[in-house]
Design a protein around this ligand. Sequence first.
Ligand code: BG6
Length: 520
Amino acid sequence: MATIQMKVSPEDLSHVPQGKERVPEPVIMTIFGASGDLTKRKLLPALYHLEQNGLLPSKFHIVGVARRPLGDEFAADMREGIVEFGGVESNDPKLDEFIKKVSYFALNFDDPGHYAALKAELDRLASENNIGNNRLFYLATSPEFFAGIVENLGAQQMAHPEQGHVGVVIEKPFGHDLDSARELNHQVNSVFDERQVFRIDHYLGKETVQNILVFRFANGIFEPIWNRNYIEHVQITAAETLGVEGRGPFYEKAGALRDVVQNHVMELLSFVAMEPPPSFEAESVRREKLKVWQAIPPIPILNAVRGQYGPGVVDGQRVPGYRDEERVDPNSGTETYAAVRLEIENWRWAGVPFYLRAGKRLKKRATEISIQFRQPPLLIFNRMASSGPCSDIQPNLLTIRIQPDEGISLRFGAKVPTSPEMAVCPVIMDFNYSAAFGKSSANGYERLLLDAMLGDQTLFAHRDGVETTWSLYTPILEAWANKVPEVFPNYFAGKWGPECADRLLERDGYTWRNNLGKPE
Ligand code: BG6
């Protein structure tokens, strides 16, 4: 297939503001559950990148909190994480200075007495480093501790100091179903005001996800055709080649629908489907997203399918089936793949099917959105009798590649040169992020951590949004929990998921777009 690459001139980039005006006020960031992987692999590398870019306040301190009695080894471990996962040179001269701002505090999450000691420690660090009363609490523990931590912070008057700003960042999963999400929201909001709460979904920190809004609302030519009159259907895929990576006990309770569809995929859907907000302010953006989710009618159970991988070959390597993964029930009924068909009942989208899918151990790692446009009302050019990509006139397809190979491509038909029959062949106009702007090392957490420190909630989930998406998926999860699938495993690792997912689209005359990634 022919492709045309678009480039952005490097001179244009030199005028882009680098965001120095967005440096937060001095703050102590306390990470609960700091001995887990997230802190070392994502949070500390992201914080260090912010430091390198001059986006952290000079008066800043990070306190890792977990149950294990760690001392200075915590800071040393974080240093290793920054080097290994942040792509930083070990002898980077600024790194040792930064690591001096990292300390550790051992705490039993459900022991109220320990929180008084934590408060005293934070006050001591604040006065020693002249930081004042601003605090950001990051909850990266196992979710069952979220409510208790919040309650204890409240009991120690750490949520509302007399002076200074306090925020709480809460990792996903935010609840397990509608009732638990409501209860957690209630517990969190009985201690913190909603404007202090940052429910994180790292997809919203991805540049390509934010770019969906820029693509739609900073360009004049797409929005007029961004509706049911021109769009036939939309597919959103979050495909991973990885398995559960040692997270068996967590994943057994989660499954693909809870782990990825209810949050990451629904965020992508809201950005594709929302109305233009009046501004890029948190309230405006969140309101429009919520309206999308609220316009989705209950999803019939027949429009949701699940799968579980058996053994297979991924990227040339033999891999075990899900039931043979470490600490997974050998008869597990947990889905490692989920797909749904839903509709959005509003003037823009009525009648346009949206197909969403997410799965582990699939053929290729790719998160993509593809928007298939309607064909012209009359096809005046001959279809060619031959086979191959030019055998049929294909509808226009806009593909937004969230990761990897980040970019956007548009497929359209072009006349095959020298063809006297006016043969039409699809060609692709492709915008590739790294070719245009250079490779970005940002992992999504940088932007979100910075925003949380600045108190900007635009890219965080709101309580109403979380409850609305859970209300859509809880009936499906309940129906699935009540009926153990007889046919699991139903797809081989390294394939594109179970056959029942293909049938979900075949009913409407479509197929999944599996030719994902950079156009060849
Ligand atoms: C996490 C899920 O939220 O997102 C993981 O818990 C999943 O199971 C991950 O692998 C995917 O994130 P990314 O950024 O690699 O697409």
